[in-house]
Design a protein around this ligand. Structure first.
Ligand SMILES: C[S@@+](CC[C@H](N)C(=O)[O-])C[C@H]1O[C@@H](n2cnc3c(N)ncnc32)[C@H](O)[C@@H]1O
Length: 407
């Protein structure tokens, strides 16, 4: 494949950054990056002074900046890849983490997709995962430096035969030769995060139209996207990793279920789906057990499904805590045995925790404005035992539920 195909002239303002990046990829730059691999950011000034004795100052600054970005990228890409890859500040911020990108690539590969047009590829978080799933990728970004970084990443991970990087506006790309399209619009502008899907670059409506033209497509969106912004043609999937919701993706085409909502939990890959929005679940008194659904389940509006599976009810119609009298175990919830239920009252809670000799308190809250740190400070905890307190509303009333995680 032709790996270098720059169709957008570089903006002059971008030149110094591109020159600095090119210098980093020389043997001298690579040697500096290798030296800085395990450096302590607190000693950056000392490292800069030392390295400037033997290397040009500009190269040292570029290497220190890249070393910092690599350290930040470890959380998304793991140390092994992050220390071989290259980043820009926006690129690392906006890149898809490997776990989520690999999940998405596996869904495409499982349906026989062999080629994908990755529209808005950034530094290549998704393109790399797609290539590792054996898919050949056209990776497009209109920012010249970002496209160069994506190309360098494909080479650094030995995936250059599967990834063609093109610097272009995605609206100019003919996607007809590809089995599928993936779009990850920029959701950050000069003033930070963009919440209006029509202000994304490119806008969500353009991305959805591009998705509908392709045999199959995926569109990455913010997890908080209003459900009304999701068209009936898409299957919507919310993905959490380690209990934190990372993103939502809209799937289009054969093999996906239009109108369905799905919650997928990584790293297990456990996935829960309902063909259409579920009816409102029942609400009732707090039972022996409390279940806290994973954030992806909540975002996908699948709490009613959990209520049905555990034969339970909500503690309040507006709160995503599920309660039941029977013990239920599932990857989609964290379960707790409830020992006490009290109207919200700090003094009573303090007395109860002292009586139970609670020294370690986990504070969970839904529908309460209390700050967990402040609460813990006021409790003056001491003792050998631990407990969990839920600050919430039960049938509209501010309530404290005390309990312990189920094994
Ligand atoms: C959210 S990032 C993509 C992150 C990528 N999926 C990853 O995992 O690394 C969005 C990218 O879209 C690019 N972009 C925005 N509008 C574009 C357009 N009209 N054409 C091409 N690229 C565009 C930005 O330069 C940015 O790099």
């Amino acid at each position: 494949m032709d790996r270098v195909n720059a169709t957008t002239p570089s903006a002059p303002a971008d030149e110094p950054a591109r020159a600095a990046f090119a210098a980093l990829r020389t043997p001298e730059g690579e040697q500096l990056l290798a030296e800085l691999r395990d450096h302590d950011p607190a000693d950056e000034l000392a490292a800069a002074t030392r390295l400037r004795r033997t290397h040009p100052a500009e190269l040292v600054s570029a290497a220190l900046g890249q070393a910092r970005l690599r350290q930040r990228a470890v959380a998304k890409f793991g140390a092994e890849d992050a220390y071989r890859m290259y980043f820009t500040p926006n690129g690392v911020e906006q890149a898809t983490r490997t776990s989520v990108a690999a999940h998405r690539a596996a869904r495409f590969a499982g349906l026989g997709v062999r080629s994908v047009a990755d529209l808005c590829c950034g530094i290549g978080g998704d393109a790399l995962a797609l290539a590792r799933a054996g898919i050949s990728v056209l990776a497009v970004d209109r920012d010249p430096l970002t496209a160069e970084v994506a190309r360098a990443n494909a080479e650094a991970l030995g995936l250059e035969d599967l990834i063609e990087v093109r610097c272009a506006d995605v609206t100019e790309i003919d996607t007809s030769p590809y089995d599928a399209v993936f779009v990850d619009p920029a959701r950050r502008g000069g003033r930070g995060r963009i919440f209006d899907p029509e202000a994304y670059s490119p806008p969500l409506s353009w991305a959805a139209a591009a998705a509908l033209k392709a045999p199959r497509a995926a569109l990455k969106i913010a997890p908080g996207v209003p459900h009304e912004a999701i068209g009936p043609e898409a299957e919507a999937e919310w993905i959490s990793d380690g209990g934190d919701v990372k993103e939502a993706v809209l799937w289009y085409g054969e093999g996906f279920a239009p109108g369905a909502f799905r919650a997928t939990l990584l790293p297990s890959g456990a996935t829960l789906t309902a063909p259409a929005p579920l009816p409102a679940p029942p609400v009732g008194p707090v039972g022996r057990y409390l279940y806290e659904p994973d954030g992806a389940v909540i975002r996908a509006h699948l709490v009613a499904d959990i209520v049905e599976r555990c034969g339970g009810r909500l503690v309040d119609e507006t709160i995503a805590y599920v309660t039941s009298d029977t013990r239920y175990s599932s990857p989609y919830v964290s379960g707790y045995g409830i020992t006490d239920r009290l109207p919200f009252n700090m003094k009573k809670l303090k007395a109860l925790l002292r009586e139970r000799e609670v020294g370690v308190l986990t504070v969970k809250k839904r529908g309460s404005a209390v700050e967990p740190e402040e609460l813990r400070r006021r409790m003056k905890l001491s003792g050998p035992h631990s407990a969990t307190v839920f600050l919430t509303r039960v049938a509209g009333a501010p309530t404290m539920l005390i309990g312990h995680p189920l094994e």
